[in-house]
Design a protein around this ligand. Sequence first.
Ligand code: PAF
Length: 284
Amino acid sequence: MLTVSSIADLRTLVKKWRREGDRVAFVPTMGNLHAGHLKLVDEASKAAERVIVSIFVNPSQFGPGEDFASYPRTEDDDAKALASCSVDVLFLPKADAMYAEDHGTSITVDKLSALHCGLSRPGHFAGVAIVVAKLFNIVQPDMAFFGEKDFQQLAIIRRLVRDLNFDVEIKSVATVREADGLAMSSRNNYLSSEQRKCAPELYRLLCSARDKAQKPESQLGEIQREAITTLKSLGFEPDYVSFCRTSDLEPASEQDSELVLLAAAKLGKTRLIDNLIFSRYARH
Ligand code: PAF
């Protein structure tokens, strides 16, 4: 595995691979890699001859007062973990190469960015959109891999790719969970041991809400309200629990059948997100 920091060097390498007829799969990350990231890498290596993983803690997707400064940076361990996977290049761009001092371009993916996490993290998805667009322009991958855990991010990236005609196939990979159900996330490192014990309750609650939604007389609004109350009683500070249509992440009506149950809640200072994708028999 080669480690490359220069954008120009990465471009030269990718052009060479392309001349040789190799396809390029790309896994963008912010590092502190866990089994969820390694699953993305594994899927990428099955899909293309060449795999590039980037690690860049993107300042523009963190709001004021968020955890940019304390976000875990574990490049040496990450590089070791990747070296034992089928990765050709670890791309580690420098912040000043990614963002010129007078960087002045922004991308807003309307509607989708304003919902759910977008309400409590203004500017977050614009930061994700710009860095993903820049990384796609630099890497020029044939395909890029994202986890379903960040379901709203995934939907926004799909929309971005469609709207701006990026020639990149977006591949999603199912959430990887700890044995107790907690979705893997770099932010789980912030949890105290007490909070860590409580954290899987979020997933259990989503499973129970989904099961309730399958019952014939169930009302989605009522299940959401109950879930919020339960989360509070468990010591979470819920942001939202919302049954949505998978197609546009708008609130699901009783008639919709392809749903995702999205949730975000704080446990102490740690913001956890999770979701469940499921089909529900449409009510008429
Ligand atoms: O999901 C992430 O780790 C980040 O949001 C991403 C897509 C790498 C952009 O910085």
